[in-house]
Design a protein around this ligand. Structure first.
Ligand code: UDP
Ligand code: MG
Length: 310
């Protein structure tokens, strides 16, 4: 079988040569053992500002498997991954997506390939623990999966974007026309036969995390708004509660009016004006989030622009 390995790279000059060396060695071994017939590593340069692309071009000499795809500007991890996946459509039997920083155990790929040969179209890499993560990253990741679960988004905990997709799953995925990519959720909704492969997560080999707090936050918001209408339901719920409160308020004001001390209604009126004002603003913010999505969706801009391909 022919395997593609897609690796999104953003400012990864410090790790790429080592990643390529380790992968090339392992692929050679897999081919000699007939695990694979051929392999193609697709490095997607996500508009890096450092020497990442020069290094990718240089890797051609060091590895017969290395290929490169340079995106014209930084589009973010999910879109860079998508670029590599779509580049693989029709060129392989299966595609594995993996991070550039060697945090994902490349030895687990063999188990994924075995699962594929057993008929699984989707194989998820799930990390055993989060011992190598900072306490902050651990907490935010845990909170993220909890929140997504509450919002009704079906995700596999501790599965990032280390996974194998068979050609059928890849073909199906390529028919998703959406611009807001949240691959973990999208792949989960494909519905093919799937399997989980556990792996030990290592420390980042070199360089530092490219996922800033802002990127993580945007990612979480993307995940929820792409897959869940729960926020809209919460608004309706708050709306109902408000109606309830205002009815009680009305009764109170009427009683106060017939007693003759109208001035007492002033405080409650002022309270409700502020309360509802704040609530409306908040609700508008959430609705605006969805309108923003619709806006992006109708614009139909290209997800990425390939500058060159080697
Ligand atoms: N990445 C990317 N574009 C970005 C940010 C990250 O292609 O805008 C890539 C990065 O090069 C790496 C992968 O996405 O291969 C995961 O990023 P990172 O290891 O920094 O994230 P973390 O493991 O800290 O969550
Ligand atoms: Mg990483």
């Amino acid at each position: 079988m022919i395997l593609n390995i897609v690796i999104p790279c953003y400012n990864e000059e410090a790790v790429l040569p080592e990643t390529n060396r380790q992968l090339t060695e392992l692929i050679g071994e897999w081919i000699s053992r007939d695990v694979l017939n051929d392999c193609r590593i697709v490095y997607v340069d996500d508009g890096s500002k450092d020497r990442t692309w020069e290094i990718i071009e240089g890797l051609q000499q060091e590895s017969p498997y290395a290929h490169g795809l340079k995106l014209a500007h930084n589009v973010g991890h999910q879109h860079a991954l998508w670029a590599g996946l779509m580049n693989s459509v029709g060129k392989c039997d299966a595609v594995v997506s993996i991070d550039a920083d060697l945090q994902h155990d490349i030895h687990a790929i063999e188990e994924m390939v075995d699962a594929y040969k057993d008929g699984c179209e989707v194989v998820y890499g799930v990390r055993n623990d989060r011992a190598t993560d900072s306490a902050f990253k651990k907490k935010t990741a845990l909170g993220f999966y909890r929140l997504m679960g509450k919002m009704g988004v079906d995700l596999i905990p501790n599965h990032a974007d280390f996974r194998l997709l068979g050609s059928k799953a890849l073909e199906a995925l390529s028919q998703y026309p959406e611009r807001n990519l949240f691959l973990r959720g999208m792949v989960r909704s494909l519905g093919f036969k799937e399997k989980i492969v556990h792996f030990e997560c290592h420390d980042r080999f070199a360089g530092e995390s490219k996922y800033t707090l802002r990127k993580m936050f945007n990612f979480a918001v993307d995940g929820i708004t792409s897959f869940s209408v729960q926020p809209l339901r919460i608004i309706s719920l708050i709306g109902l509660v408000c109606v309830g409160i205002s009815i009680v308020e009305m009764i109170y004001i009427l009683v106060a009016y017939f007693r003759g001390d109208v001035i007492r209604g002033w405080a409650s009126l002022l309270f409700s004006v502020w309360f509802l004002g704040g609530l409306l603003l908040f609700s508008m913010g959430v609705v605006g989030e969805y309108i923003g999505k619709i806006y992006k969706e109708v614009k139909r801009r290209p997800r990425f622009i390939v500058e060159k391909e080697v």
